[in-house]
Design a protein around this ligand. Structure first.
Ligand code: TMP
Length: 225
């Protein structure tokens, strides 16, 4: 029988895993979820864009050839539309029920990709995010940091269908400079908002990175109990 975990410092918290393509965030999110389950916590795992029927339709527009010709502002608004649906259909109800929400990307990605990468002002993106989510900001955003060269090597090596698909999507086809701007922005979000972000090195074995995430998260939420 599960024990009552409503007083656990991570119960009902909203935690985002983010970083450049190939940083390993999805693997780490799954490991972290297991770590929380071992403590008896209930979790909800989501990925962006997507995770609702409407969001998955929007994902198809954004990450396939169907999205060719999208203006950067339309692109940003589609990510936000998917997010709005997800927040009201899944995230808010889960948090209200004391469930820990683990998200694979959130507004931090829009700031990095459509902001730093695509040239939209961060203030405008934050304003739209506030409207789309009714100001739902994560308790903690974990940025997994790795060089673009290593991330790319990692993604190519995996070679599974999901990763090949990603390499074919529009975003993966953009230039290395773009990815560098994206990485730099993720790092700079961490220094801009130290009270809500943690920067974790994604260099090393998955087990070592997992340990780093657990240590950082324990410290982060212990202080906020
Ligand atoms: P992923 O499934 O590996 O996370 O890939 C999703 C892609 O979508 C990734 O290349 C980053 C991109 N993306 C944005 O450009 N803006 C956003 O707001 C989000 C959530 C994702």
């Amino acid at each position: 029988m599960l024990h009552d975990q409503s007083h656990h410092p991570l119960a009902g918290k909203f935690i985002v895993f983010d970083g450049v393509d190939g940083c390993g965030k999805t693997t780490q999110l799954l490991e972290f979820e297991k770590h929380l389950h071992a403590q008896g916590l209930e979790t909800k795992r989501i990925r962006e864009p997507g995770s609702t029927p409407i969001g998955e339709e929007i994902r198809k527009i954004l990450l396939t050839k169907r999205g060719e010709g999208l203006h950067i502002r339309a692109e940003m608004l589609l990510y936000m539309a998917s997010r709005a649906q997800l927040v009201f259909e899944e995230i808010r109800p889960a948090l209200a029920a004391g469930i820990t929400v683990l998200a694979d990307r959130y507004t931090s990605s829009t700031l990095a990709y459509q902001g730093a990468g695509g040239g939209l002002p961060a203030d405008e993106i934050r304003a739209v995010a506030g409207v789309a989510t009714e100001n739902l900001w994560p308790d903690l955003t974990i940025i997994l940091d790795i060089s673009i060269a290593s991330a790319r090597r990692r993604t190519t090596k995996k070679g599974n269908l999901h990763q090949i698909g990603l390499f074919q999507d529009r975003i993966e086809q953009r230039a290395a400079l773009y990815h560098q701007r994206v990485r730099d922005d993720f790092v700079s979000q961490c220094s801009q908002f130290p009270q809500r972000y943690r920067l974790i090195s994604a260099v090393g074995s998955p087990a070592v990175i997992h340990k780093r995430i657990c240590t950082a998260t324990d410290k982060f939420f212990r202080r906020r109990k």
